[in-house]
Design a binder for this molecule. Structure first.
Ligand SMILES: *Cc1c(COP(=O)(O)O)cnc(C)c1O
Length: 465
């Protein structure tokens, strides 16, 4: 059969299409401009397709449906809840740390109305947004003073800009880290106007390497926590105490970019990261860390340490550009309260990382139980033991024993099922291993079980496919 060749004349007139669309009750909330603008985009795409001699639906109904579909996406939130069934607690792409109850309550309060953000209630005068968390941070870390900005990358940039601009910063070659592709120590250093002086070798750096590199141009020594990798084998780095003594002998500060900010050690967990308090006690003059890694709050960067240096940040012009917003600040303060009042036991990140195998196994059996009816549709659902990671570039060498459910279905390949779950109304993010879908229960909230059950039931019954 010879195919009819489409021309521009086959496209219905814009007036006719807009007349059709503007009468649709479900589009009533959109302004005329938005509807017509979207219609023009759709028609322009169709013109391009016709020029490329592609087969395309040019019926008025088809074009109207396309516009409606696009407006449907435009009119719903793209940023939304997802179910994390990957087992990775600090999944950077899934928003890192879920907040605890106190933090959520404080964020809500601050979000809904006015707050004391920069108002000093005692004096009735202007206050500082940075003051709200200082006493809490100092109590939890033993620091003299602290300041908070919008993330740890900003914290490092601020420290280097305030203390090392046009001067030299000494860093061990084994610590020139890259975090998530967009944060590289050499690049951040260059951005701050400081000059990098690399010392030592990738695997070994000695105290004398630092000693030799110190000149009158040296601003500070920077230690970077190798958050997302470990150098193992024939390795050496000087002890913090020795490095601090060397720095102080030359009148320069020792700064650590700690990455994850662990505030206290929980009982019974199988992992150890240096706490902020330990780093400061070992002689660090300043420590910078993230609010939304192991600390478990919202996105923030915290600088804690000696007052004389923190003062320099407070008056630095960059501070305004890097300042934390009130919602993130509320998330951090609420979480700090969790650490002060309950030793962090109810911070979700801490709770998830410390979930014991028996509890995880029980949860996996609960999930498998909910999916059991689907075996009648030919699904295979098994409880399996898994290994999960902390994520977010933290605790790279620690394997967490976990439990979950593996699924094999008669009508979907693992890749197809993964895609359908991902495109669920509430996206469900899973892992694939050896041709099976794996749902790790470590990061599931109680309501997530029902979301998974509903989605899988609809898929099995062919409502979604
Ligand atoms: C994660 C990390 C950063 C970046 O922190 P953000 O809060 O994501 O900006 C910087 N340095 C180290 C060592 C890190 O681990």
């Amino acid at each position: 059969m010879k195919r009819y060749k489409l021309t521009m004349r086959d496209i219905p007139a814009i007036e006719r299409l807009s007349g059709m669309l503007l009468n649709q009750p479900e589009l009533a909330g959109f302004s005329r401009e938005v509807v017509v603008e979207r219609l023009r985009t759709v028609v322009s795409d169709v013109r391009t397709q016709i020029r490329q001699e592609q087969d395309v639906d040019v019926s008025a109904e088809g074009l109207a449906a396309k516009v409606k579909e696009q407006l449907g996406t435009l009119g719903s939130s793209s940023l939304r809840k997802a179910v994390n069934a990957t087992g990775v607690v600090l999944h950077t792409n899934l928003g890192r740390a879920p907040l605890g109850k106190r933090a959520i309550q404080l964020v809500n309060e601050v979000m809904e109305g006015y707050s004391t953000l920069e108002y000093n209630v005692a004096t009735g005068e202007r206050g500082s947004r940075y003051e709200h968390v200082v006493d809490k941070l100092c109590t939890l870390t033993g620091a003299q003073d602290a300041i908070i900005v919008n993330n740890n990358a900003a914290a490092v940039l601020l420290v280097l800009s305030a203390l090392a601009k046009e001067r030299e910063v000494i860093v061990s070659r084994g610590q020139l880290v890259e975090i998530g592709g967009s944060f590289r120590i050499p690049d951040v250093l260059a951005q701050s106007g400081a000059r990098l002086v690399e010392v030592g070798a990738t695997n070994k750096t000695h105290l004398k390497d630092f000693e030799r590199a110190i000149t009158e141009r040296t601003a500070l020594i920077l230690k970077v926590h190798t958050s997302n990798y470990r150098i193992v084998g024939f390795t050496a780095q000087p002890e913090d105490k020795a490095l601090a003594a060397l720095a102080h002998q030359h009148g320069i500060p020792l700064v650590e970019d700690l990455g994850s900010g662990v505030l206290c050690r929980l009982q019974g967990n199988g992992w150890q990261e240096p706490t902020v308090r330990e780093c400061l006690a070992a002689g660090m003059d300043l420590v910078t860390f993230s609010g939304d890694k192991l600390l478990g709050a919202g996105q923030a960067g915290i600088i804690a340490g000696k007052r004389q240096y923190i003062e320099k940040m407070k008056s630095h012009p960059l501070l305004r550009a890097l300042r934390i917003d009130k919602l993130s600040l509320a998330a951090v303060e609420g979480t700090l309260l969790d650490y002060l009042l309950e030793a962090g036991k109810n911070v979700p990140v801490q709770r998830m990382l410390n979930r014991q195998p028996e509890e995880l196994k029980e949860l996996a059996h609960q999930l498998a139980g909910r999916l059991q009816p689907l075996t009648a549709c030919g699904w295979r659902v098994d409880v399996v033991s898994l290994v999960s990671q902390a994520g977010g570039g933290t605790l790279p060498e620690i394997d967490f024993t976990s439990f979950g459910v593996s699924i094999v279905t008669p009508h979907h390949s693992a890749a197809m099922l993964e895609s359908v779950l991902r495109k669920n109304e509430v996206p469900i993010i899973v892992r694939i291993q050896c041709g099976k879908i794996l749902l790790d229960v470590r990061c599931l909230a109680p309501e997530d079980m029902a979301i998974i059950e509903t989605a899988c039931t609809r898929i099995a019954k062919g409502v979604l496919s």
